[in-house]
Design a protein. Structure first.
Length: 319
């Protein structure tokens, strides 16, 4: 086994009474619980110098050493798929992802993904796990995504995600009118019945979203959301938790809300918008090679911009 890095940590008394695998999943959110369970079973985790069991109970104060195995290089196929490259140098590649583009190959999406496009754009990415992709956006979420072009940059970006130094801001068009901004602190985990969905759950992982109101329409609100954590579907789940789901969300969205006495044109636009109106608008990070702070911004895609303009016109017409 090739080890990519070693992790050493002390278990806080806050986790006393929890299973070891669950406590480690909460402490190390960049790894899945199943990964940690495999490493425990494989002897890559030591607690106070001894091989533990995944169901062992944490007391607090234990010293944990983890040998993280090096991930396998990408095996996906390179494909000539157009990319909107916002920035590129020897270490980094920043992409403005369009809605509809899947990030990683998977069941039902073996090809035609961002990873396939990246491997064609920069063949050296074949040497890196996941072609240098260190975070993701949902298929129908648009916006900025950073890719590492070297292993040094990959480790640096992963570190910034772990320490929450990487800034990610989104704009979302949500159902209903919010009075003001705020913060959602609600843990997120797999839905207890539908395993393809996420849900706010006391058994989930810590998740924090800060939001502020950018513009109010008659039955909708445009909000800016910044993340302290990066859970799957976090913004979509948190907005639905507030009873203000993201417009067009096919999974977490609620009943379509139409402004009173709005035009048939607006009704058609709202009904035709069949993806979540969510866009990663700003990305800020420290360059892993130069140490310089860098920031990028990306305008909303045409479909979301058209819907926002239609809502603004409706609000003006009924002012």
């Amino acid at each position: 086994m090739t080890v990519s890095r070693a992790i050493s940590l002390e278990m806080s008394a806050d986790y006393a009474g929890q299973r070891l695998d669950r406590a480690l999943a909460l402490l190390l959110p960049e790894f899945t619980r199943s990964q940690l369970q495999q490493w425990i079973a494989g002897g890559q985790v030591k607690v106070d110098g001894r091989a533990p069991r995944k169901r062992d109970t944490v007391r607090g104060g234990e010293r944990v050493e983890i040998e993280v195995p090096a991930p396998a290089p990408s095996t996906a196929r390179a494909q000539a798929i157009p990319l909107d490259v916002v920035y590129e140098d020897d270490d980094l590649l920043v992409i403005n992802k369009p809605p509809g583009l899947v990030v990683h190959p998977g069941a039902g999406n073996r090809e035609g993904t961002l990873m396939n496009a990246l491997l064609h754009h920069a063949p050296a990415l074949f040497r890196l796990p996941r072609a240098g992709i260190v975070h993701r956006l949902d298929k129908d979420t648009s916006g900025l995504l950073v890719v590492a072009k070297t292993e040094r940059a990959r480790q640096g970006l992963i570190g910034q995600l772990q320490t929450r130094e990487m800034g990610r801001e989104y704009i979302a068009l949500i159902e209903g009118v919010l009075v003001s901004g705020g913060t959602v602190e609600a843990p997120i985990g797999r839905h207890h019945r539908d395993r393809t969905r996420m849900a706010v759950s006391s058994r989930g992982k810590e998740a924090v979203s800060h939001y502020r109101v950018l513009k109010k329409y008659r039955a909708h609100t445009l909000v800016q959301v910044s993340l302290e954590s990066g859970r799957t579907h976090q913004i979509r789940v948190h907005m639905a938790h507030l009873k203000h789901p993201v417009v067009g969300d096919p999974v977490y969205g609620g009943r379509l809300r139409l402004p009173k006495d709005c035009s048939e044109s607006l009704v058609k636009k709202l009904r035709a918008f069949r993806r979540q109106a969510l866009h990663a608008v700003k990305l800020t990070l420290v360059h892993p090679a130069t140490g310089k702070e860098m920031s990028w911004a990306a305008s909303v895609p045409a479909d979301m911009g058209t819907l926002m303009e239609a809502l603004a016109q409706d609000a003006k017409a009924h002012a």
